[in-house]
Design a binder for this molecule. Structure first.
Ligand code: SAM
Length: 435
């Protein structure tokens, strides 16, 4: 039957397609693991929240959603009255919300109707037990704490730090040879050219790089007079290709938007909106053009800024909005859909950009993107976005395989380039098991 087909393909790909073509459920762990060879992401290290059996592990809410507050009884008092009169500023946001609500409810209905999937969801966090697991857990528990890449900006020697890459090469007669390479870790494009995983050693920690992934890690500097972290966004220039056919066809951006949440400030530094105007998106584009995906929070002011200023300044024309609907392991929404400041969804704005010499030409080689797709998943760590790149590939212009980059990344993807101040963050070996 159709539903059992959907389930068996989900078990392989991590993507569950409902009958409703606008809704999809994904398991980020399964999707990501398809690009690893010798390692795999540990589901229990990915799913640190929203599995009820482990409530102590739930951490701070995501920006713009504050999802836990609605389910935390102590904070119930702060719940907004449902029929509060909205002020002039809130009204447009509410109208936007009212427009997407039926779509979100419909998508959520699909999930609640997929009983076979719901059964599996509760177990998504459990490891599939591998024979070598005990030994691996031992190894990884000894791994020291995470490095705060943000704090490294305080260390004057940091620009000189190296990373050691260990890659495994298959030789004849199934013999293996481990090759070692030492390269600068900051302000340098570090590339895993092999199809297999590379173990990268940095400051006594181990990081796993999936096949054909690259990262460009920048250092943030502390401006002591303002006590804020700044970087020279101009450093992105180093990724600008010399030739237009080396540019990117898919560009995902998840900027450190400023947010009222005090908690967020502790996790990573943020930047005022105007800084993002100077990102040289146009220069990063492949000459066949690109699809640009931008994660935004549910703030009307921000959405207006993107529509009226940011996309135009990047040369991006708006094409579609996708929504990421966040659910718990039992299939329920992470927060009430009706709460004004606690939305259980985030928005991904998508647009097309022409390449340098293609301004007049039509973009080609892709299925035009449709509006209002809903992607449902159980969130991972604070502010970590689900890996939606693969779902977008059919909408990417130009020759295949597409060249893909993520800006402000905290993780690596097979075949992608990741740029940011902490692209190795979720690559720490403590998030992985050995196959
Ligand atoms: N997409 C990521 C994920 O799924 O995990 C989350 C990205 S988070 C919203 C924004 C990132 O931008 C953080 O890693 C933050 O440290 C970084 N960042 C903050 N200020 C920055 C700056 N001035 N230059 C570059 N990156 C910066």
């Amino acid at each position: 039957s159709k539903t059992s087909d959907a389930l068996s393909s989900f078990l392989v790909t991590g993507i569950y397609r409902f009958q409703n073509p606008n809704a999809i459920f994904i398991d980020p762990v399964r999707i990501l693991n398809r690009s690893y060879s010798r390692f795999r992401i540990s589901p229990s290290a990915y799913y640190t929240r929203f599995f009820d059996s482990n409530p102590t592990h739930s951490s701070a809410p995501d920006p713009g959603t504050k999802e836990e507050e609605s389910s935390n009884p102590k904070k119930r008092r702060r719940k907004e009255p449902k029929r509060r009169v909205l002020n002039e500023k809130e009204l447009p946001a509410e109208q936007r919300h009212q427009k997407v609500m039926p779509l979100l409810l419909e998508a959520h209905g699909c999930l609640l109707g997929a009983t076979d999937l719901l059964k599996i969801m509760r177990g998504l966090k459990e490891e599939s037990v591998a024979s070598s697991e005990e030994e691996d857990n031992g190894e990884f528990q000894k791994a020291p704490d995470e490095v705060s890449f943000i704090q490294l900006g305080k260390v004057w020697q940091a620009p000189l730090y190296d990373v050691t890459l260990h890659s495994v090469h298959l030789r004849e007669l199934s013999e293996h040879e481990v090759k070692k390479r030492v390269v600068p870790v900051f302000n340098n494009l570090v590339v895993n050219e092999t199809k297999g995983d590379v173990e990268a050693e940095f400051l006594n920690r181990k990081y796993i790089m999936p096949g054909e992934s690259s990262f460009y890690m920048i250092l943030l500097f502390l401006f002591s007079f303002s006590d804020t972290w700044k970087s020279d966004l101009g450093q992105i220039q180093n990724l600008v290709p010399d030739q237009s056919d080396y540019g990117f066809n898919l560009i995902m951006v998840d900027p450190p938007w400023e947010n009222a949440s005090a908690r967020q400030k502790l996790r990573y530094p943020t930047l005022p909106n105007r800084y993002f105007l100077s990102l040289p998106i146009k220069k990063l584009i492949h000459r066949d053009g690109a699809l640009v995906g931008l994660w935004v929070t549910n703030r009307e002011k921000l959405l207006n800024f993107v529509e009226r200023e940011l996309f135009p300044s990047w040369g991006v024309s708006f094409a579609a909005s996708f929504y990421w609907l966040k659910v718990k392991a039992d299939g329920s929404l992470v927060s009430d859909l009706h709460l004004f400041h606690h939305r259980p969804y985030e928005c991904l704005l998508l647009g097309y950009c022409h390449g340098q010499d293609g301004d007049s030409k039509e973009l080609s080689g892709f299925y035009p993107i449709k509006n209002d797709h809903i992607i449902i998943s159980i969130p991972g760590d604070y502010s970590r976005k689900p890996p939606v790149g693969e779902l977008l590939l059919e909408h990417v212009p130009g020759l295949k395989p597409a060249r893909c980059i993520e800006l402000f990344a905290r993780e690596l993807f097979g075949g992608w380039t990741s740029w940011g101040n902490e692209p190795l963050h979720f690559q720490n070996s403590r998030y992985f098991l050995r196959n």
